[in-house]
Each structure stands twice: as C-alpha cells, then as structure tokens.
Design a protein around this ligand. Structure first.
Ligand code: NAD
Length: 268
C-alpha cells in the first residue's frame, strides 16, 4: 500500500456534525439521512416547522443523533441562529448543506408545449423574481456566510480545522429550461459562480465549498407536481438520456464524497 488513509476510511464522518437547510423534504432530507447514516450528528432545518419536526422524530426513532430547527433561509438572522444553536448543541459544525430552494413557477413555455405570456420577461411578476432570488440565491449566501463563520471557529474551540460546505445548485445553472421561471435560472447560475468564489476564498481556512447540480429528481418541488401528475413524470423520464428521473437516495453517495475527507482535494 502507498501512504495515506484507506479508501473507505476517508468516507468516515463519525463524530462530526452537519447542518442541512431545506431538510424536511426531497434532496435536503436525503442529505440529512445520508449524514446520519454515515454517523454524523445532524441538525435538520426547514421553513416547514411541522415537516422538519416529523422527519427529525422519524430519524431519532431509528436511532440517529439528530435535532431540528425552524429556519427561513431568506432571513439572515434565522440562519445565524440556526448555526449558533447547532454549535451550542454539538460543539462545532463540520459540514453544512445550503440546500433550501424552490421553484416559483412560470417559465415562458408551458409543460403542455405552448408559450406562456405570464412567464415572459416583459410580463414577469417582479415579486416572484424577488422571492426566488431571496431564497435560491440570497439564502445560499446567508447559509455559506454563517457556515464559514462557525467553521472558522472550529479549531479554536477544540474541534477539527475547517469544514465542508455543499450547495445545491441545478442543471438550470448550465442549461436554459423554457418551462422553468427565469429567476430560478439566474439564481442557480449565480449560486454556481458564488460557490467557486467562496471555495477560492475559504480554501486558506481549510473550508471546502462545492455544489451539486442535480438533474430532475422526484421530490416535492413545485408543490410535488411530478408526484401528482404521472404524465409530467413520464415526459421528464423521456427527456433524460438514462430514461428516468432520479430518486433522492441516488444523491447520497455524492453528498458523502463532498462532505467527507474522501473529497479532501475537491473544492470549487
Ligand atoms: P422539495 O420541495 O422536496 O424540498 C425543498 C425543501 O426546502 C422543503 O422542505 C421546503 O419547505 C424547504 N424550503 C423552501 N423554502 C425555504 C426557505 N425559505 N427556507 C428554508 N427552507 C425552505 O424540493 P427539492 O427538489 O428537494 O429541492 C431541494 C433543492 O434542490 C432546491 O435548491 C432545488 O432548487 C434543488 N434542485 C431540485 C431539483 C429537482 O429536480 N427536484 C433539480 C435541481 C435542483
């Protein structure tokens, strides 16, 4: 064997702690489950108080070390409090997932294949734009800001140096999708470049920053329209070269790679 830790040992996150935003559902819930399954202590946060309490209790009943917090990522003070509460409970923060996000609807094309006047830029409701940017872009800034703040303090308080931040971007950061609203495109593309900048800046502090850009996953995004509408799901299945939308468990291995020492030389 050459020098260095063994491959599977690099995925070991036992004894570490992780905070996840948007953890009551979908991809965020999968991240939280993944961290707990791999042995980390996890704070699940979400704007949905009932949902996050329910999922946290379910994981606690399964024997995992988890806690919950109610947090709207659009509000910096709530995000700061979520991280402070996490540090008070678990003594530091090694891993953070800036995941919460939503689809505010209204692309310039309908799923049925017609132009959608309300989704066109000259008619676009500015409040929808501000809401999407407030959560999908500002929410990521708030989460990375507060994660960096507490991670910089990890070593001084006797913990491991630095940490790992994983952002949920989107395929929409790479490809323009006509049925998805324009602010979502702008926010996710912004998130991607912000991620690279944060990685560049925070590398000196031992904090890695990466983003996962998922393709179409079966979640509750857009009020769960894919779950409620088999025809929409079939259409998405057909669009994807592998012939099917992804299930949320399929994102877990990538999340663990980026969150653990297995990703120690992956940033930005
Ligand atoms: P989801 O609706 O199943 O889960 C999103 C969670 O975020 C929900 O629990 C919701 O309550 C929470 N949330 C919404 N607004 C919030 C806020 N202001 N503060 C805190 N929590 C809030 O959707 P999902 O598909 O799991 O989405 C998770 C992330 O994945 C989002 O950033 C989304 O843009 C991204 N994404 C999803 C897909 C997909 O196909 N599902 C593809 C690419 C990217």
């Amino acid at each position: 064997m050459t020098e260095g830790p063994r491959t599977l040992d690099q995925f070991d996150i036992r004894g570490r702690s992780a905070l996840v935003t948007g953890a009551a559902s979908g991809i965020g819930l999968a991240y939280a489950e993944c961290m707990a399954e791999a042995g980390a202590k996890v704070t699940l946060t979400d704007i949905d108080a009932e949902g996050v309490a329910r999922e946290t209790q379910r994981l606690a009943d399964e024997g995992y070390e988890v806690r919950s917090g109610v947090c709207d990522v659009a509000d910096l003070s709530q995000v700061a409090k979520a991280f402070d509460d996490h540090v008070a409970a678990y003594g530091g923060c090694d891993i953070a997932f800036a995941n919460a996000g939503l689809d505010v609807g209204n692309g310039f094309w309908t799923p049925e294949g017609a132009r959608n006047p309300e989704g066109q830029i000259d008619r676009y409701d500015p409040d929808r734009w501000y809401k999407s940017i407030g959560i999908n872009l500002n929410g990521v800034f708030h989460t990375v800001r507060e994660a960096a703040r507490v991670m910089k303090a990890n070593e001084a308080s006797g913990g491991r140096r630095g940490g790992a931040i994983v952002i949920t971007s989107s395929n929409a950061a790479e490809v323009n999708e006509a049925i998805v609203g324009v602010p979502y495109m702008a926010a996710k593309a912004g998130v991607k470049h912000f991620m690279r900048h944060a990685a560049y800046e925070l590398a000196a502090y031992g904090i890695r920053v990466n983003a996962i850009a998922p393709g179409p996953f079966v979640t509750n995004i857009g009020d769960g329209w894919v779950k409620k509408n088999p025809a929409a799901k079939a259409a998405w299945d057909e669009l994807v070269p592998v012939g099917r939308m992804a299930e949320t468990y399929q994102i877990k291995p990538l999340a663990l790679l980026l969150a653990s020492d297995a990703g120690s030389y992956i940033t930005g």
